[in-house]
Design a protein around this ligand. Sequence first.
Ligand code: PMT
Length: 418
Amino acid sequence: MPRGDLDGTTVVLGVSGGIAAYKAVELERRLVDAGAHVVPVVTESALRFVGLPTFSALASEPAHSSLFEDPDPIPHTTIGRRADLVVVAPATARVIGSYASGISSDLLTATLLATTAPVLVCPAMHTEMWEHPAVQENLATLRRRGVHVLPPEEGRLAGGDVGAGRLAEPARIVEAAAEVLRSTRARASGDLAGLRVLVSAGGTREPIDPVRFIGNRSSGKQGHAVAEAAHARGAEVTVVTTVGLPAPPGAEVVRVETAAEMAEAVLERAAEADVVVMAAAVADFRPKVVAGEKLKKRAGPPDLVLEPTLDILAELGRRKRAGQVLVGFAAETGDMAEEAAAKLESKRADVLVGNDVGASGVGFEWDTNEVTIFTRGGSRAVPLTTKKAVADAVLDAVLDQMRPGRTAAPDQEGALPA
Ligand code: PMT
């Protein structure tokens, strides 16, 4: 009988040893109420706070705590394989550190390393520990690998202290668990599942001297929105970016600064990609000579001699392999259709996203955008909307290019200007 969001799922509940272990009992009950088959894996330290019989009594099967005293000779792999989701709550600094470092010092960490199921980590610890760079770096490592992290809340801690580090409320953890399962399923059945999408994002900086550069106003929001949308639709994502915006869990993130660095990072990875989206605003020119020392104001304005950078999109067009879809953007303030049509041809792109960056709410830095998507079959206007919605429209156009015997989409307006 369906009971809730987690109906029919097997959830391994990892409990590690902090005072918040008592809350894991309530969490366990709520997970069962939401329809999950709950398998508790409890560390030795957690058992100092709550006894194994309590976890066993409320779970769907007896709780496990030992690698060696379990009836199953290889409990970590068996439990790891049965899991649709692993929730670690509370997750102590030790468990987070062991998981990030690949150290399997007990049944819980061994299970975490042995499973291929999605994992939701819910840290709880004292504020000083939560804020320690070692803990934050370990969590960043886990996030990069696709682990979901539900941060702790502010509130009362052990010993009467108050601050950040309190385990998220059990109801909130159940919601987050359901969301992780929903997004995992959506990705598995997404229309980009199995495809590798390479996205560039942000504006490059071309140094003049050690403190000055030629740059542009790109925030990277549109490129990162493409990365998020591609991830949500099941793609394996690589983002080559000049900015520190969040990237989808599990995505490869390559930080670059200059056009040359972006060219190297993109071209190195492009052959592997099914789709390449050049949303970055790449400098067309850079100073021919970069001063080794800060240029002095008293020396007067420098004579900046510029040289062209490599046109990455055009190079991608030259190297494009059969079946690969290449997407360019065109930031314009004049005749966007003319320019976009010209760029579609000259750079051998399959999709060209025209962005009239002179309008309010459109283009650089805004959270919104308005574009026209050009292909050789026609064009489609995307009225002012979120950058995420623009990203989805661009990916729809990409999929359209991948369909055999593709035709113009129904809402296409017609042929490109000559
Ligand atoms: O980052 P946001 O603040 O969210 O803003 C989004 C955006 C306005 C930057 C984005 O929507 C956009 O329009 N990106 C492309 C900006 C741009 O550089 O346009 P362009 O017309 O100069 O270049 C055309 C295409 O060639 C682009 O795909 C660009 O990535 C590529 N290019 C340009 C120069 C170069 N040396 N190499 C390139 O690959």
